[in-house]
Design a protein around this ligand. Structure first.
Ligand code: AMP
Length: 505
């Protein structure tokens, strides 16, 4: 029987002997292996009592089998629920309690710690999966039949729940349907021109939408090959480039690779496409990459709840500092965050999106879901931005990062762009900190070149005639590095916490 997304994957599958994943240890998973392995795992899941709609929670290190497990969930009609490998048992307790999975699969090394957490959450089965085809799940898989009759699933049935990173309050489970994933991947295959001859360097985690859905589903529907690295490893990436055609990365990938003298046009000449997303790519990084390699990085914008929303064009201008235009089938508009009314063209406001890519709501949070959708079906992304006269979307930051000082709104990116353009500055983050007189005080946290002498006074005086007085930082602080999560996002909440008493009297 057809299981909506897997059925599309199967119909587009290339010759079975073709490699789907080449793992960093040399192990190959062919398309035939993918089909047989995911059938084996689907049989294991059904054997553990997994019924259609049941959640399967997974906290394991990156491996080809973890991808097969995702596909097995699609085929068994289960809901795949990947969890960040950095989550502690305390955090896992929340996710298992909230999602009530039938099965929890964890790293063999953590079984002892996590079994009691799973038992408290009344999870029926705990199995383990390691990176070397080890663990109890791998053993069950080896003994299972490679033939499976897929459970029927329609476009609106849930395929996955991905929890948002939850920097404010509890993290929310974004419910993604088979068609949310299928429609977006089909669009990306066409828009980014992926084909069976593509070989993608995959060094992203697979518990997040970027490495799991954007990369994996797109390559699967193109019938291409992925070169799997456990994590960002610039040496390995440089070694793989002559055999690869494409890479998807977060901005950190590009800044780290730019530090290498061997990044040249010659080293990247076999590559056709470099894609960046999940966090803002500095315009400077975009320019430097082009100067060093001849390639214009293609920046796109998406989120866990919506899959991909916008992308710079494949042909045509890939404009540094923008995330491009809405993808085919996706509508985007900018609205006033307070009144909800559409803003005049070119003005900053809340980015709202609608399309088959947009999720079905937050797991067991109907009020939160209702609060984030407009009556006409647009989803309020929480990102502030504008659309320029050519239709390119510019993101100026998360709504919650907006600084309100003395009653005025300050968009951090505007101040960051000015500071980043100063000689000697590598990057900056502008945050609002509690301030007795202003409510919030605009504060800049800056990373400078090791050799640079630029100081607080110099930054402030350079900004004097460039920004309105209320936008100028009250203080400029210097740090060696900005705190970032694995997806390359600057953790402004960490900065706000570190410096929370800066203006305390
Ligand atoms: P996540 O759900 O973890 O994928 O995070 C989604 C958020 O990442 C978005 O709402 C944006 O704030 C941010 N984001 C993703 N791509 C970009 C981008 N190209 N530029 C700026 N921010 C981005």
């Amino acid at each position: 029987m057809p299981a909506f997304l897997y059925d599309i994957i199967r119909r587009r599958m290339p010759d079975g002997a073709k490699t789907f994943i080449e793992n960093h240890d040399g192990r190959l998973i062919t398309y035939a292996g993918l089909d047989a392995g995911s059938a084996q795992l689907a049989n294991v899941l059904v054997g553990l009592g997994v019924a259609p709609g049941d959640r399967v929670a997974v906290q394991v290190e990156k491996s080809p089998e973890a991808i097969l497990l995702y596909l097995a969930c699609l085929r068994a009609g289960a809901v795949f629920l990947p969890l960040n490998t950095a989550y502690t048992p305390n955090e896992i307790a929340y996710f298992l309690g909230d999602a009530e999975p039938r099965v929890f699969i964890c790293d063999p090394a953590f079984k002892d710690k996590l079994a009691s957490v799973a038992a408290d959450a009344k999870v029926a089965h705990v199995e383990t999966l390691g990176v070397k085809q080890d663990g109890t799940l791998a053993a069950l898989m080896a003994a299972a039949s490679p033939v499976f009759s897929d459970v029927e699933r329609g476009p609106d049935d849930l395929a996955a729940i991905l929890y948002t990173s939850g920097t404010t309050g509890r993290s929310k489970g974004a419910m993604l349907s088979h068609d949310n994933l299928a429609s977006n991947a089909l669009t990306l295959v066409d828009f980014w021109r992926f084909s069976a001859s593509d070989v993608l360097i995959h060094a992203l985690p697979i518990y997040h939408t970027h490495g799991l859905f954007v990369a994996t589903n797109t390559l699967l529907l193109a019938g291409g090959t992925m070169l799997f690295l456990p994590k960002l490893d610039p040496d390995a990436i440089m070694r793989l480039m002559p055999r690869a055609t494409s890479m998807m990365g977060v901005p950190t990938f590009y800044t780290r690779l730019l530090q290498r003298p061997d990044l040249t046009p010659e080293a990247t000449k076999h590559m056709r496409l470099f894609i960046s997303g999940s966090a803002p790519l500095l315009a400077e990084t975009h320019r430097e990459w082009r100067a060093r390699t001849g390639h214009a990085i293609l920046e796109r914008y998406g989120m866990t709840e919506t899959n991909m929303n916008t992308s710079n064009p494949y042909d045509g201008d890939r404009v540094a500092g923008t995330v491009g235009m809405p993808l085919p089938g996706v509508s985007a508009r900018i609205c006033d965050p307070d009144t909800g009314a559409a803003t005049p063209q070119g003005e900053i406001g809340m980015i709202e999106v609608k399309g088959p890519n947009v999720f079905k709501g937050y797991w067991r949070m109907p009020e939160k879901t209702a609060a984030e959708f407009k009556v006409d079906g647009f989803f309020i992304t929480g990102d502030l931005g504008k659309i320029d006269e050519r239709g390119y979307v510019h993101i100026v930051g998360r709504g919650k990062d907006l600084v309100i000082t003395g009653g005025f709104n300050v968009y951090p990116k505007e101040v960051e762009d000015e500071i980043d353009a100063m000689p000697g500055v590598i990057e900056s983050a502008v945050i609002g900190l509690a301030h007795a007189d202003f409510g919030e005080g605009v504060t800049a946290v800056v990373v400078r070149d090791k050799a640079a002498t630029i100081d607080e006074k110099a930054v402030l005086s350079a900004l004097e005639d460039r920004l309105a007085k209320f936008k100028q930082p009250k203080r400029v602080l210097f740090v060696d590095d900005l705190p970032r999560n694995t997806m390359g996002k600057v953790q402004k909440n960490v900065l706000r916490d570190t410096y929370k008493d800066l203006y305390a009297k």
